[in-house]
Design a binder for this molecule. Sequence first.
Ligand code: GDP
Ligand code: MG
Length: 162
Amino acid sequence: MLPVVALVGRPNVGKSTLFNVLTSSRDALVADRPGVTRDRQYGVCRNVDRPYVVVDTGGLTDSRDFLARATVKQAVSAIDEAQLVLFIVDAKEGLLVDDHDVLQQIRRSGKPCILVLNKIDASTEAAAGAEFAALGMSAVLAVSAAHKRGIDALQAEIRSRL
Ligand code: GDP
Ligand code: MG
C-alpha cells in the first residue's frame, strides 16, 4: 500500500494546481473562482523515490453555507485516510477564517501536517511571516504551484515525513 498525502485547504488556494504538479497530470480541475462541485480526487506521485497517493479535495458550490459544509466534509474524509496532510494556504491573500476552520479539523485528527504557503510566484516574494508563524506549525514550505517553484523542497519534506 502506498502512503496517502491529503491536500487540504479552503477553496481557491491552489490545491488542484498543486495536485496536478505532484501527479504530473491535468486531472484536477483548476478553477479561477469558487463554483465547481467536485469529489475527492486521487492520483499518484511517481517521480520520487518513494511514490505516494495524493488526494485532492474540493466541494465548491454556489451556496456559501453548503460550500462551507461540503468543504469541511471533504477535508475530514481526506484527512482520515491520509498519513500526512498538506495544509495549503494562499500566501497572497493571507489567512482567512476558513483557513482556521480547516486547521482545526487537521489538528483534531492528530495527523502530521505540513503548512504549504502557495502563490509565492517570485523569489522576491515573501509570505506574511508573523501571520503564518502564529499558527505554530513546525514544517512550513513556500511554493508556487502555478510556476512549479519550491516543489523539490516540498517533496523532500514530504519524503522525510512518510
Ligand atoms: P483550489 O480551489 O484550492 O483547488 O485552487 P485551484 O488549484 O483551482 O486554483 C485557484 C486559482 O489559483 C486558479 O486561478 C489558479 O490558477 C490559481 N493558482 C494556483 N496556484 C497558484 C500560484 O502558485 N500562483 C498564482 N498566482 N496563482 C495560483
Ligand atoms: Mg480544486
